[in-house]
Write a protein that binds this ligand. Structure first.
Ligand SMILES: Cc1ncc(COP(=O)(O)O)c(C=O)c1O
Length: 393
């Protein structure tokens, strides 16, 4: 039979992270001890108080579809959180609960992008912001996040890339893969541009709680005139170590929420009822669980940044947020993908090439520090040895 696969599938870029991960797992099956720094998920377990809320929901028979929008209790708790922590006053009807932030991203982009529309996205960035516009026949236009600019966006570049087809600008702060956190002056400038060009802003804040000393997370929706044009995207995956529960949300003007819900109804129906009960507990009963995880991430980050910068041939900036270090490997004189292959084969260390997040990531590799402190110490030592060998070549 001839292939009936849609042409649009050729435009989608498969996840390069899984490629490295599959290879690492295959090596483990052969008995090798591989250290994993490739996957972007918390290594902590979901806090106990959240799990208990899920057990309770099951026992109470909360096992059916909820409102497509999400339960009103959870939407209210999200609105309360956005006011308390992000200083934006949303009504619960301005919140849509999704089956993970990935589903929220799809719902937002389906709702706003027509074929041939342009959307500005960072380079490098988490791949969905490239793939979903492709899927919709829209055009992602990339703007650079550069090391020499501390991974801030360049306002002049943004201005030069806005056309009459541009509908929205995506920002991811803290960013995956750079760990960069956009500063208030940059966000204020961006807000002015969005307003003067009448653009929407899609603000992915999924790493907002994973923020380390010296950095401040600012929600662009909290700046004057921005709430009406911003989609604030967040979820429970990273802060609450709930990536497997598939729970995310978007806050936006109600007119958009209503339209997004039509797509979300057909796509996911609703987020899992049990995950929603757990997410409600996550937001309303939090003790110091998240802070403890953040303290540990910071301890690992501090160790790794120092150790990496002591290795001759590689270097990195200190990330202000998320759990990624993007390591400059340009001095090694080989493509990032080859560096990662070498590290996996010779040092049994799994990291991902920066270019899988966009061309701006070429010359870099991403290390996730969502792995134990001991693994990070051992991983940096192995990295040091492997780099020394490569420098001799
Ligand atoms: C920037 C960014 N946004 C969204 C997501 C996806 O979040 P979720 O697990 O809620 O779908 C990720 C996952 O790595 C991410 O890095």
């Amino acid at each position: 039979m001839s292939s009936k696969i849609a042409a649009r599938m050729d435009r989608m870029v498969p996840s390069g992270i899984r490629k490295i991960n599959e290879k690492a797992l295959a090596m483990e099956r052969q008995g090798e001890k591989v250290l994993h720094f490739e996957i972007g998920r918390p290594d902590f377990d979901t806090p106990e108080y959240i799990k208990k809320a899920a057990y309770k929901a099951i026992e109470e028979g909360k096992v059916h579809y909820t409102s497509n929008f999400g339960t009103m209790e959870l939407r209210q708790a999200i609105a309360d959180k956005l006011l308390r922590e992000n200083h934006v006053a949303y009504k619960p009807t301005e919140v849509l609960v999704a089956a993970g932030l990935s589903e929220a991203v799809l719902s937002v982009l389906v709702t706003i992008l027509d074929p041939d529309d342009e959307i500005l996205i960072p380079d490098p960035v988490w791949l969905n912001y490239l793939n979903v516009p492709y899927l919709l026949g829209a055009k992602p236009v990339q703007y650079e996040l550069k090391e020499e600019n501390d991974y801030q966006l360049n306002i002049e570049e943004i201005k030069s890339k806005i056309s009459d087809k541009t509908k929205a600008i995506v920002i991811v702060t803290p960013n995956n893969p750079t760990g960069g956190v956009l500063t208030r002056p940059v966000l204020e400038e961006l807000a002015r541009i969005a307003i003067s060009h009448d653009l929407l802003v899609i603000a992915d804040e999924v790493y907002e709680r994973l923020i380390y000393d010296g950095s401040e997370h600012i929600s662009i929706a909290s700046l004057p005139g921005m709430k009406e044009r911003t989609f604030t995207l967040n979820g429970m995956s990273k802060a609450y170590a709930m990536d497997g529960w598939r729970l995310g949300y978007v806050a936006a003007p109600e007119e958009y929420i209503l339209k997004m819900n039509v797509f979300h109804q057909h796509n996911a129906t609703c987020a899992s009822s049990i995950a929603q009960a757990a997410g409600l507990a996550a937001l309303t009963q939090e003790g110091d669980e998240v802070e403890e995880m953040v303290r540990e991430y910071q301890r690992r980050r501090d160790y790794a940044v120092k150790a990496i910068n002591e290795i001759d041939g590689v270097s990195c900036l200190c990330p202000g947020g998320a759990f990624y270090i993007i390591i400059n490997v340009k001095k090694l004189g080989m493509p990032s993908s080859q560096v990662c292959e070498y590290l996996l084969e010779h040092a049994k260390v799994a990291m991902v090439p920066g270019n899988i997040f966009g061309q701006g990531g070429e010359g870099y590799i991403r290390m996730s520090f969502a792995s134990s402190y001991e693994n990070i110490v051992e991983g940096c030592a192995r990295l040091g040895k492997a780099v020394a060998e490569l420098m001799k070549k």
